[in-house]
Design a protein around this ligand. Structure first.
Ligand code: TRP
Length: 334
C-alpha cells in the first residue's frame, strides 16, 4: 500500500444507542476534522461483529440502524461521510483476522488489559468466549483494511491501536511493506467524559446509572444529572470538569457565559452547585429534545441507502488491501 486510503476512520459497537460521552469524545473530534477541511472524507462504521464478543446477535443487530441514526443526527452527513456496517465486509474482516492472528501469541492476547477487565466483570477465563480474546486483532483488521491514517477513539481504546501498529509492523517485517501505520489524531489528548456516579471511570453504556443515553427518556437522564457528583465549594474535581465538558458541548454562547459565572462563584467558595445543576438540566433537556426529534426524522431507508454506498466503498478498500496481503504471503488458492 503506497498511500492511505482513508483519512479518518472510527467506529462503535452497537451494544445500545450512543451516550453523550460518545458524542463528545469521538463524534465531535471527527466532525471537527471535516469542518476544518484539512482531511478527506471520514469513514465511520458500526462494529456489529465486535458486539458478538459480549452480546447476543439479535440484541446488537437491533441497534445497528439506531446507532447510524445517532451518527447522522450528531452531524455526520451521509453525503460527506462513508457509513457502513462491519458485517457487510465480514468475509474480508474474517480473513484478515486469521492472517493477523498468527502474528500474535496466545499469551500476548491474554495480556491485553481490556480483556482482563472484561474477564474481571463477572466473567472468568472459563466462561469468557474466545472471540473476546480476538477483539484487538479484529480491530486491527478493521483499521488496516481501510488503509486508515487517523483513528479517533477514546483513551480506553489506545491499547488496541498499539496492537494494530504491532501487527502491521510484524506483517511488514515478515512479508514486505504492505501496511502504512495509523497515527494518533493531533490536537492533544482525547476528551473523556466520566460516569456521573463518581466512579472515576469513563461514562459507559455498560454502567447506565452514570450515563446520559441519547435515546433514554429525557426525565430519566435529567434525574441522573440531579444526582451527579460535583465538587465541594471552592474545589475543582474531575467529576465537575466532566460535567463542564457536557455543558460546553450543549450550550449556546450565552449559556456558556452563565455556566462560567456560576463556576467562578463556586471557585470563590460559594454554594452554587444547585444553580449549576439547574442550568445543566434545563440546557440538557432542550438538547436531548432536539436530538431525539432530529433523529426521529431520519428514515430507515435513508440509513439503508447510506450504508449500501458506504459498504461498497469499504468492501472495495478491503478487497484491495486483502489481495496485496495474500500476494505478499503467497496464498495461492484464495
Ligand atoms: N472497540 C471500539 C469501541 O468499543 C469499536 C471499534 C471496533 C473500533 N473496531 C474499531 C473503533 C476500529 C475504531 C476503529 O469503541
Amino acid at each position: 500500500m503506497k498511500k492511505y486510503k482513508t483519512d479518518i476512520f472510527t467506529g462503535m459497537r452497537p451494544t445500545s444507542s450512543m451516550s453523550i460521552g460518545n458524542l463528545i469524545g469521538v463524534v465531535e473530534p471527527t466532525l471537527r476534522t471535516i469542518e476544518d477541511g484539512s482531511l478527506g472524507r471520514p469513514m465511520v462504521f458500526v462494529a456489529d461483529l465486535h458486539s458478538l464478543t459480549t452480546t447476543e446477535p439479535e440484541d446488537s443487530q437491533k441497534n445497528v440502524i439506531p446507532v447510524i441514526k445517532d451518527y447522522i443526527t450528531a452531524g455526520l452527513d451521509p453525503e460527506k461521510t462513508d457509513l457502513f456496517v462491519q458485517s457487510q465486509i465480514a468475509d474480508e474482516v474474517s480473513k484478515m483476522t486469521i492472517y493477523f492472528s498468527r502474528l500474535i501469541t496466545v499469551a500476548e492476547l491474554l495480556r491485553v488489559p481490556t480483556l482482563k477487565e472484561k474477564i474481571k466483570k463477572g466473567q472468568s477465563e472459563a466462561t469468557a468466549n474466545s472471540l473476546l480474546a480476538f477483539y484487538p486483532v479484529m480491530m486491527a483488521a478493521d483499521i488496516l483494511l481501510q488503509g486508515s491514517k487517523f483513528v479517533p477513539v477514546g483513551k480506553d481504546q489506545y491499547v488496541h491501536l498499539e496492537v494494530t501498529c504491532d501487527l502491521a509492523n510484524r506483517f511488514n517485517k515478515k512479508y514486505g511493506d504492505v501496511f502504512l501505520l495509523p497515527k494518533p489524531l493531533e490536537g492533544g489528548d482525547p476528551i473523556t467524559v466520566l460516569s456521573l456516579i463518581g466512579s472515576g471511570k469513563k461514562m459507559s453504556k455498560s454502567e447506565p446509572s452514570g450515563a446520559i443515553l441519547l435515546d433514554d427518556d429525557i426525565e430519566v437522564s435529567l434525574k441522573k444529572i440531579k444526582k451527579a457528583k460535583t465538587a465541594f465549594a471552592g474545589d475543582m474535581s474531575e467529576d465537575l470538569k466532566s460535567l463542564k465538558l457536557i455543558a460546553d458541548y450543549i450550550s449556546s454562547d450565552e449559556e456558556k457565559v452563565k455556566f462560567e459565572s456560576i463556576l467562578q462563584k463556586h471557585l470563590d467558595g460559594q454554594q452554587v452547585m444547585g444553580d449549576f445543576k439547574n442550568l445543566l438540566v434545563e440546557v440538557l433537556g432542550e438538547f436531548l429534545k432536539d436530538f431525539q426529534k432530529k433523529k426521529a426524522s431520519i428514515s430507515d431507508e435513508c440509513v439503508l441507502e447510506a450504508i449500501e454506498k458506504g459498504g461498497k466503498k469499504a468492501k472495495a478498500n478491503a478487497q484491495e488491501v486483502l489481495s496485496e496481503v495474500e500476494n505478499a504471503m503467497g496464498m495461492r488458492y484464495v
